[in-house]
Ligand binder design. Structure first.
Ligand SMILES: [Fe+2]
Length: 314
């Protein structure tokens, strides 16, 4: 009996230890890492020979609420980077009153050239979801409800600042003498992507650099953009996996992209072509899952350079 009691005591202590470690991780993830913002930097060799470096700030997945003060403060520091271009890949909102907060937080960035697409969380308010569902595959809305978040008000603010809505639209900008062609889609995660609306081979007579922009990096969108000859594809949505395993990485991407490319710079091949792919781990999280582990919130400064040329000034 005493042997059994001893074993039970040891098991009990073990379980208590596991619970204490779990509680510690949760506290770290919710109280520290969720607000441990960082600016990541990558160099992408996609410019024509002789072109000057172009600095792009990629922001995504703010999931902003009026109460997210740390997120607002950090975002408002990014204007000091004075990027040549801002790319915003959606999921800005998580609250009906967040539009002025988002615009205020972007601050000086709204004075820079910018392009954007929307994510489902710009249209629909956040809901509680069982986190284990993410392991069953991408979470999908069965039937799309009415779009009740004030995404159109936010769009008006962006447009007044001169930012370009790329939803199923082509646009072009000349930056530092480089003719950049953009194409974007609506959110593939809710099956609102219609890449066919903007499809077609990149015209190299007109465009020096082709950038495709989409919220959720589903392979069908990446394949189509790559096959058309885009040089660079920019996306968000994955949150980098959000709760990751240290020294291993993401367990989920919440779309059909593999977990190795859940965040950061990688490449995508289709139809014998290869494009650079940058996926942002995002600035925020849903208010119903306010934790991050081994995957800090981020924005990214992409320094585009001539092929093969490293730019140490990034
Ligand atoms: Fe998101």
């Amino acid at each position: 009996m005493s042997g059994n009691r001893g074993a039970m005591t040891t098991i009990g202590k073990g379980l208590l230890g596991v619970a204490a470690v779990g509680a510690g991780c949760l506290a770290y993830a919710g109280l520290y890492e969720v607000n441990a913002f960082r600016l990541r930097r990558f160099t992408v060799p996609v410019l024509p020979d002789g072109a000057r470096a172009i600095r792009i700030l990629h922001v995504s997945d703010l999931h902003m609420t009026p109460a997210a003060h740390a997120r607002q403060r950090w975002l408002s520091t990014l204007g000091a980077l004075e990027p040549d271009l801002v790319i915003n890949t959606g999921d800005n909102l998580a609250h009906h009153g967040a539009v002025p907060v988002v615009l205020d937080s972007f601050g000086q960035l709204l004075d820079r050239p910018g392009v954007y697409v929307w994510g489902a969380n710009d249209y629909y308010p956040p809901k509680f979801r069982n986190p284990l569902r993410y392991f069953l595959g991408p979470s999908r809305l069965k039937r799309l409800p009415e779009r009740t978040l004030p995404w159109q008000d936010l769009g008006r603010g962006f447009k007044e600042a001169g930012w370009i809505d790329l939803t199923h639209t082509r646009a072009s900008l000349q930056i530092k003498g480089v003719r950049i062609g953009f194409r974007g889609t609506d959110d593939a995660h809710i099956d609102q992507d219609r890449y066919a609306d903007v499809a077609g081979p990149v015209d190299r007579e007109e465009i020096d650099l082709a950038i495709g922009i989409t919220h959720a990096p589903y392979r069908r969108v990446l394949d189509a953009m790559t096959a058309d000859g885009h040089d660079l594809i920019i996306a968000g949505h994955t949150h980098g996996g959000q709760v990751c395993v240290p020294f291993y990485g993401a367990l989920v991407t919440n779309c059909d992209l593999d977990t190795r490319r859940a965040k950061g710079l990688s490449q995508h091949s289709a139809d014998g072509r290869t494009a650079w792919l940058h996926v942002s781990a995002g600035v925020g999280t849903s208010p119903y899952a306010p934790i991050r582990f081994a995957c800090p919130p981020e924005a990214t400064l992409l320094t585009l350079t001539s092929n093969g040329e490293e730019d140490s000034a990034a």
